[in-house]
Design a protein around this ligand. Structure first.
Ligand code: SAM
Length: 261
């Protein structure tokens, strides 16, 4: 079978990487797992071996035929449910998942990483945690490895705690992709801003704060608020601070004053 480049089909064959995904999700018997992009089923097999129940969404009809055959027994005994569809379009609520009562495991094409992340953090039902294979540089940016935050790291931290589990070299896949990958775990997924309007304000200010990278935060914020200097001083921050130096707690203080409390 030829791998479809358009669907990001790089099948993971490395045992230690497959094991690391299952361990990162602390997958246990009885867990409910949503797997996106099961491919040829290498990871699915490992997940099922734990005794967890799996629902998997796969877009490629050629793979659906193979998976139906490979997991005939598990499909019959209902430990495995296979959905033929696009994970970006399937209504997760209709699959019976409850908020914070399932785990998301996704080894998906890199070009949908951002959309999947947003879909499963910003909307309910949210998973308790997500284990995703991402491009190595994306994992490093998500955890602010160099100490510098970004729109990506802050967007994730508004909902969970990101952790880079391990680098997965390109040779672990067949066919090998052009870049190295990493397993990214996002733990404890729930909104860190209690109110919807605080969350919206956070995203508005945070994105504006990162708009011109070389600028300090205050001039960037001027695009969306009239007196950014007062806001920063009230939040106990330096007027010269840059968006990349702020952690979630700093943004919470800014939002507290911006919301007029
Ligand atoms: N999980 C398998 C593994 O570890 O070997 C396959 C990984 S491969 C990188 C990505 C898989 O996601 C492919 O099987 C591909 O067909 C599937 N896929 C791509 N886009 C998808 C989408 N929008 N919804 C569901 N599956 C998708």
């Amino acid at each position: 079978m030829f791998a479809k480049k358009s669907l990001g089909q790089n099948f993971l064959h490395d045992e230690s990487a497959l094991r690391a995904i299952v361990e990162a999700g602390d997958v246990q018997a009885g867990d409910h797992i949503l797997e996106i992009g099961p491919g040829l089923g290498a990871l699915t097999k490992k997940l099922l071996a734990t005794g967890a129940r799996i629902v998997a969404i796969e877009k490629d009809d050629r793979l659906i035929a193979i998976l139906n055959e490979t997991f005939k027994v598990e499909i019959e005994n209902k430990t495995f449910t296979l959905i033929h569809g696009d994970a970006l379009e399937v209504d997760i609520k209709k699959l019976g998942f409850k908020n914070n009562a399932y785990k998301l495991i996704a080894n998906i094409p890199y070009y949908i990483t951002g959309q999947i992340l947003r879909q499963f953090t910003e909307n309910t039902p949210r998973p308790t945690c997500a284990v995703m294979m991402v491009q190595k540089e994306v994992a490093e940016r998500a955890v602010a490895r160099d100490g510098k935050e970004s729109i990506l790291s802050m967007s994730i931290k508004a909902f969970g705690d990101p952790k880079k589990i391990k680098t997965v070299p390109r040779g672990a896949f067949n066919p090998a992709p052009g870049v190295d990958s990493a397993i990214l775990l996002i733990k404890d997924i729930y909104p860190r801003f209690e109110k919807q309007e605080e969350q919206e304000l956070f995203f508005l200010l945070m994105k504006a704060g990162f708009a011109a990278k070389r600028k300090m935060l205050a001039p960037n914020l001027r695009e969306v608020t009239t007196n950014p200097h007062t806001l920063l001083v009230n939040a106990g921050l330096s007027e010269k601070v840059r968006a990349e130096d702020l952690h979630l707690e700093d943004w919470k203080k800014i939002i507290y004053y911006a919301a007029g409390k």
